[in-house]
Each structure stands twice: as C-alpha cells, then as structure tokens.
Design a protein around this ligand. Structure first.
Ligand code: DER
Length: 235
C-alpha cells in the first residue's frame, strides 16, 4: 500500500465517527483532505445530513466549499462536536506535532473547542518522543522583529541542540505568511526536549509568540493506518 492509500484508509475510517447534524472541525493537509472528500461524498449521497463544517485553513475552506459542505466558524459555533485532522508526529501518549502545513493556530483553536478530536495518520508519523522525527516543530510568531523572537526560541532549547529557522516559501527567501498574516519559525531538536508542558509554557511566554505546534493531551483518538491494518488508539 502506498502512503497516500494509507492516508485515505485512516481518513475514511475517521469519517465513520461522523453523524448527521454534527458541527465538524475540518482539518488541513494531505490526510485531512481525504476525510473532507469522504464527508462531501456522503452528503451528496444523502447518507449524511445537516452537517456544518468549521474549516481550519483557507485551503480547507476552499476544498469544503467546492464539495458543497455547508461552512461556518467558531463565532457561530463555539463548541464543535467532532474534529478530524492529520498530524506530523504522534508520540505514545497521543501528544502531537502539527503545523507543518502552516495552519496550527486555527487548528489548535478549533480542535481545542471540540468534544472529540480524531487524528488520522499513516504509520510513518509515529515517533518515540515529540521532536523524534528531527523534522520541524513549527511556532507561529508575529512578523515584527522575527529574528529577535527566533533567537530567543533557539536559546530556550539550546540544551536540546535546537536550531531555529524562519519558514520561507519553497525555492525562495520570502518568509511564509500564515492565514493570520504571521510568520512561522521552525525548531529542529537534536535531543528529546523532555517535559513537554514546561516546553510549551516557556515558548508561549515569549511575547512575540502566537502559538506552537505541540498539541498536548488534545487528541481523543488516533487512527493509524499501516501495512498490517488499522489501529485505533484511544486516550
Ligand atoms: O499542518 C498540519 O497541521 C497538518 O494537519 C499536518 O499535521 C499533517 O499533514 P499531512 O496529513 O499532509 O501529513
């Protein structure tokens, strides 16, 4: 099975949790895309009715709109019944790294307002500890004096061999700009950063920081699609 097939398998499994009448948090990324596609299909077939989608990004808003999924926002629905989204890393305690698609702020707002948050991943996302993939841990920051904030973030985790890099668009030096007109600093760790709650607090205390990509104790269920089948992990 290809990685794309595994993503689709996990996504379709998550949509089994969707019931008519639900307010749904619609995730962002290549895995969530399949879940949104499936929801649109079931709506079209009349198997799902009265669904309202709360998109976690402009990109997801566009996809859901094109599928005819009715859309709204948190101002109109402050509690979401079910959110379905992908992740970049999942540790054994179901803590996540998210945001490599640049949508972490709206994702965290919507998924934090959800009664149930179902994460969908292919098995390549499973890590022994957060940061263990040695890929980017995104932090959304204000553009004002971004270098100052990036350096302070890097210094916070110097014991973990942290390197902070401003996210730019592919093949250009232009800073990536989020849906919220902010920048993203990507943190790369050599070693385990240890106490995740302490790390989260120290990041959020920096005044130039808006939000980070560690989703701690937020996932209710993680659906993992692997070569040997689907595993459903509950918190
Ligand atoms: O950027 C995000 O938060 C995405 O949801 C990411 O965590 C997963 O993206 P993928 O499904 O394309 O790997």
């Amino acid at each position: 099975l290809t990685q794309e097939e595994l993503k689709q398998i996990a996504a379709y499994k998550a949509v089994e949790f969707v019931e008519s009448g639900m307010v749904l948090g619609l995730g962002t990324g290549s895995t969530a895309k399949y879940a949104i596609e499936r929801i649109g299909e079931l709506l079209h077939q009349g198997k799902l009715k009265n669904i309202v989608g709360i998109p976690t990004s402009k990109q997801t808003h566009e996809q859901a709109l094109s599928l005819g999924i009715p859309l709204s926002d948190l101002d109109s629905h402050s509690i979401v019944d079910l959110a379905i989204d992908g992740a970049d890393e999942v540790d054994p305690y179901l803590n996540l790294v998210k945001g490599r698609g640049g949508s972490l702020l709206r994702e965290k707002m919507i998924e934090g307002a959800s009664r149930k948050f179902v994460v969908i991943v292919d098995e390549s996302k499973m890590v022994p500890y957060i940061g263990g993939s040695h890929l980017a841990m995104p932090v959304e920051i204000v553009p004002f004096c971004w270098k100052f904030t990036a350096e302070r973030l890097q210094r916070l985790f110097e014991d973990s061999g942290c390197v902070a890099k401003l996210r730019t668009y592919k093949d250009s030096d232009e800073p990536f700009v989020t849906d919220n007109a902010n920048y993203i600093v990507e943190l790369y760790f050599e070693k385990d950063i240890g106490d995740l709650n302490a790390a989260s607090d120290s990041i959020l205390r920096l005044p130039g920081v808006v939000e980070h990509g560690m989703f701690l104790n937020m996932a209710s269920t993680v659906i993992v699609a692997g070569e040997l089948g689907i595993t459903v992990k509950n918190k």
